[in-house]
Write a protein that binds this ligand. Sequence first.
Ligand SMILES: C[S@@+](CC[C@H](N)C(=O)[O-])C[C@H]1O[C@@H](n2cnc3c(N)ncnc32)[C@H](O)[C@@H]1O
Length: 276
Amino acid sequence: MTTNRPRLLRNYFDQEVASYELLQKSRPNASYLSEKIRKWFGRTEKSWKSLDSKSVAIPTDFLKPYPFPKEEFLPDNFDAIVNTSRRIFGMVQSKYQLRAHNVLREFDRCVTLFPEVLDSAKSYDILELSSGGCGGAEVAQHFGNTYQATDFLDGRGSVYAPIHNALNLPVIGFDGSKTPYAFDDNSYDIVACFQAIDAYGDEDNYETFIDEMLRIARKKVVLVFNPGVRAKREKIDNGFELLIRDPLIKRYNGLNFLKCPSTGMPAVTICPEDQV
Ligand SMILES: C[S@@+](CC[C@H](N)C(=O)[O-])C[C@H]1O[C@@H](n2cnc3c(N)ncnc32)[C@H](O)[C@@H]1O
């Protein structure tokens, strides 16, 4: 038995297809996006099914395209950029242009990694470091929490600006490689950092970054890891265990290791109050 109506998801996909067809008419150079986004419907459906299998009711608001024309995702000089990788660098990746992909993925992460924020009777202040497409903002706010987005602006503005604007989300510029982080001690209940700590430095520096997150968090730090820079550079197969998990176990108390339901990458939650 399904808790949610699959028809709503199909309607959502139809609306996305229609909006990319519209884009294709006005910007023929962007026609490749129409094909690309279909590939990510499968990933979106996977998150939908994962939530549904846990009998989680999916709010209908999560199944709506972003309320602006797809053209807004294109950089001003899009037609002049011939190099594909430069085009990708200059705009939000196609999968993150799909609102339901962003939101359902973060919803499933919440359900698995920090479900306490889904209790509408309570409110948590959440800080997400390197928040990307900000699907987490929609989930957090739907359930009555506050959410602060951050992105690596590096003097060039965020490619996610169309999403930030549509969601009316103020964004704080954040460079994870530079400590101390510009947030006060105990200023948020939850500090989340998903698949971004590897962008701040290599595995040898993770404790410095995590110490900062624990300083800022009152209740919990939630991390999802990517493969680390050093493991990739030195081609270490069990890099997560050797360079991340084992050093963290030595350093912190009460770690709860989990898996990201969307990407299957390792995750951990750490509570500041468990540290002495
Ligand atoms: C793989 S994405 C993950 C985004 C999002 N958390 C998610 O799970 O979809 C990595 C993010 O790290 C950001 N980033 C890159 N270098 C950074 C830095 N030095 N400090 C902070 N964020 C950085 C990128 O802008 C990008 O949004």
